[in-house]
Ligand binder design. Structure first.
Ligand code: SAM
Ligand code: SF4
Length: 324
């Protein structure tokens, strides 16, 4: 499908839950979060039905996200079912890694097309400070377990936060020691992320170049998103930057999002889209749902306006409620 700015939209991020076992300071408050109830969230049958509607409209890549997707029961079965939908080319997962060791064999068995693991530091003490939980060892063993499955493409996602001791170069070093790509994501002013300083790509790049020498642009496409990759001699994986703030990529945006409670979101920053759960639950047939998706797509803005102080239709949800 195409939006009003002639962008091809073929990528859908599906959030399966707003619950999470971590409390990353920039994403989810420690207390005061009222999770969605079982009845609020889309059932797997509803997700599969919507996924088929999206595929008929041209979606080819699906990312499963959350909250933490691996905390929802039987999410592996959902991923397996999504993989079987004719027309879907890739189903990938983004996870904090706490449950990866347990599920990696099953994910490998169903031929998952890629897994992104969020890891902001290799320092267990700082990890606990950032995430509110003392589970670095668990996450790291999840990563090590995942590395035993060479067919699974692994990426590490790291959000620089300007914290003293955040070991950006050590995190990047995972791409030296292992066949994984390490991507640095600029903090976006969404939810709690607004309270953090912006550590720009240029700052991270400078730090990495001081440690590893110059980063050389790598022009092959390694995924479905806006990441720009660089090579470092001697590294097995690439270093990537997803820099929504300093290198706006909206003109190439290819995605829409489905929240756990069934809202189609057409842009991260805006509360615009369509309540697809309401349509499903009021008994609308697929062709009406598809028409509603196309109508909602017309509300997709041309770009974000994160740097502006007053924005109409500003999204009030946090990342854990949107899915990143
Ligand atoms: N729990 C899973 C995880 O951590 O990968 C999936 C959901 S999480 C919301 C998806 C990604 O969004 C994570 O990599 C996280 O670091 C990132 N994220 C959360 N808040 C952000 C913000 N304000 N700006 C940029 N990235 C953010
Ligand atoms: Fe949970 Fe992921 Fe948000 Fe961290 S970034 S609180 S792991 S949803």
């Amino acid at each position: 499908m195409r939006d009003t700015f002639h962008r091809t939209i073929d990528y859908l991020r599906i959030s399966v839950t707003d619950r999470c076992d971590l409390r990353c300071k920039y994403c989810m408050p420690e207390t005061g979060v009222e999770p969605l109830t079982h009845g609020d969230i889309l059932s797997y049958e509803e997700i599969l039905r919507l996924a088929k509607c999206f595929v008929r409209l041209g979606i080819r890549h699906i990312k499963i996200t959350g909250g933490e997707p691996l905390v929802r029961l039987y999410v592996i079965d959902l991923i397996g079912q999504l993989k079987k939908i004719p027309g879907i080319e890739q189903v990938t997962l983004t996870t904090n890694g706490t449950h990866l060791a347990k599920y990696i064999w099953a994910l490998d068995k169903l031929h998952i097309d890629g897994i992104n693991i969020s890891l902001d530091t290799l320092n267990p003490v700082l990890y606990r400070e950032i995430t509110g939980r003392d589970v670095f060892a668990k996450v790291f063993s999840g990563l090590q377990e995942a590395l035993k499955y060479p067919a699974i493409k692994l990426k590490i996602n790291c959000v620089p936060q300007g914290l003293s001791g955040q070991d950006i170069a050590a995190v990047a070093g995972l791409a030296k020691d292992h066949p994984v790509h390490v991507r640095f994501i600029e903090m976006m002013p969404i939810g709690l992320g607004k309270e953090f300083p912006l550590i720009c790509e240029s700052n991270v790049r400078q730090e990495l170049e001081q440690t590893y020498g110059s980063l050389q642009p790598f022009h092959e496409n390694l995924g479905n998103g806006p990441c720009r990759y660089y090579s470092i001699p001697g590294f097995q994986g690439k270093i990537g930057f997803i820099s929504a703030m300093s290198h706006k990529f909206c003109s190439n945006c290819n995605r829409v999002r489905l929240t756990a409670d069934g809202k189609l979101k057409t842009c991260l920053q805006y509360d615009r889209g369509m309540d697809l759960k309401a349509l499903l639950r009021s008994g609308r047939p697929d062709h009406e749902v598809e028409l509603a998706i196309l109508q909602a797509l017309e509300s997709k803005p041309g770009e974000h306006h994160f740097t502006e102080t007053f924005v109409v239709d500003q999204e009030k949800k946090s990342m854990f409620q949107i899915g990143g």
